[in-house]
Design a protein around this ligand. Sequence first.
Ligand SMILES: Nc1ncnc2c1ncn2[C@@H]1O[C@H](COP(=O)(O)OP(=O)(O)OP(=O)(O)O)[C@@H](O)[C@H]1O
Ligand SMILES: [Mg+2]
Length: 274
Amino acid sequence: MTTGGRPPALVLEGVSVARGGRTVWSHGTFTVRPGAVVGVIGPNGAGKTTLFQLALGLLAPSSGRIEVLGAPPRRGNRRIGYVPQNYTAALGEAIRCRDLVTLGLTGGRFGLRPTSAAERAQVDDALRRVGALDFAERRMSELSGGQQQRVAIAQAIVDDAELLLLDEPLANLDLRNQQEIVRLLGDLHRDRDVTIMVVAHDLNPLLPVLSDAVYLLDGHPHHDEIGEVVQEELLTHLYGTPVGVVRTAQGDLFTRAAWRDPVHQQENAREAGA
Ligand SMILES: Nc1ncnc2c1ncn2[C@@H]1O[C@H](COP(=O)(O)OP(=O)(O)OP(=O)(O)O)[C@@H](O)[C@H]1O
Ligand SMILES: [Mg+2]
């Protein structure tokens, strides 16, 4: 199946995956169309990172068939840009931003090699697109979390990836930085029609850009349009705690924790009655 001449970004057919002798999830059957922006959601340990590792060819399924950008998964696929979970925190070394992005182009296995003028221009372009040109010469360890996340995304897109896999890129960011990263993802999607899959625990900051979601429920991955997934019953079941969904008069959609401290509730009721 192709869309506009391009194969689907990701196809799973009857996929199961096991780790440490235990099935993480099973019966994964869904297709991500090219150009989709997909939230990947589910509780801790449900297997979100595992899904990315399958797509990257880092892990083999125990059964079923996977296709990424029209071909079987393979390690080192340069058509996929990946920002692992906790990636920037794991960069203990004092690497310069520009060098980190350059590694996305030249491959990190043998360290930095001399680059051509064309490659340096490509690195500059990636840094510019994420708004990191101003601090390109600084070391990663000297940057804020939001700045680090931009540089990590620059590394993932520098080689013109067609599929971006971002594992919790908004973790530890304040509201403004979350929104700036989300805006950046929207730009990447609009300007280059990149397919984006993004793991997140809080859907709210991402809702303006998401078209679809993959959700891991009861040991199985499911895929649907975002509007079908942002439903109170589904999210409450998914997270095992009450989740409310609010639609504002402007049509904006929000999710919120719907649990209320009973003591507070009584106090509020008393005050409202007084
Ligand atoms: N290297 C590993 N070896 C064995 N089991 C693993 C390994 N990595 C993860 N697991 C197990 O696989 C399951 C899924 O893990 P995964 O990291 O994919 O979850 P996740 O949905 O990304 O969770 P989180 O929200 O905490 O990041 C968990 O039960 C975990 O313990
Ligand atoms: Mg994870």
